[in-house]
Design a protein. Sequence first.
Length: 240
Amino acid sequence: MKISVLTLFPEFFDSFTSTSIIKRAIEQERVTFECIDFRAYTKDKHNNVDDTICGGGAGMLLACQPIVDCLRAIKTDSSVVVMMSPQGETLQQAKVREMISYDHIILLCGHYEGFDERIRDYVDMEISIGDYVLTGGEVAALTLSDALIRLYDGVIAKQSHEDDSFENGLLEYPQYTRPIDFEGKKVPDVLLSGHHENIRQWRLKESLRKTYLRRKDLLVNRQLTKEESKFLIEIKNEDN
Ligand SMILES: C[S@@+](CC[C@H](N)C(=O)[O-])C[C@H]1O[C@@H](n2cnc3c(N)ncnc32)[C@H](O)[C@@H]1O
């Protein structure tokens, strides 16, 4: 698996690639991560990659030539080109899961006022990290890269992300570590019982409770199991 980030600011990713889990994943060659400064591909005699907006308007737009030439130079048959864009599909965990099967992901970071519209003809998908506008695509590319890399085989233990929020369509249940009593706030007894089935049931119910209280939208299209329906009824009754 390889991630290539096309950016005008490769240094932006220095701390990302040299810290903690991501650093280890790169060192252990679970993922190849590279940043390519597409300014190196400009044919402009002043080295520019942007230009004024046709029809007028504030700011500058990224021009087609440097980006398209850069894409042509690095793309292979297995590459998927992803434009980071507030106009794209909003990123969800299910999309991240789908993307980990790609061999080579190219993340295209915009800047200034964004991209010349015609660049969209050279990309496979557009991804947004939320309904707000960032100064550049780097934060978005970093977010997507992080979400991807942690799911690659061997980067973190499979069990660590199996129960993560969104993985099974619910928010994760509450978790605790020592001390057992912190300022009078106690870890629930069931988690100290060693009774695996009771712990599983408690976690499922609390996961449903969190989701019900914080993200009802996640439950709308969920096919609830019998057990989940029972817990949800209990939760609603407890809530009243
Ligand atoms: C200032 S924004 C351009 C916004 C553009 N004028 C618009 O309104 O759609 C510059 C760049 O930041 C990136 N960006 C901004 N917000 C983003 C978001 N929510 N998700 C992904 N990328 C984003 C994109 O690469 C974009 O081209």
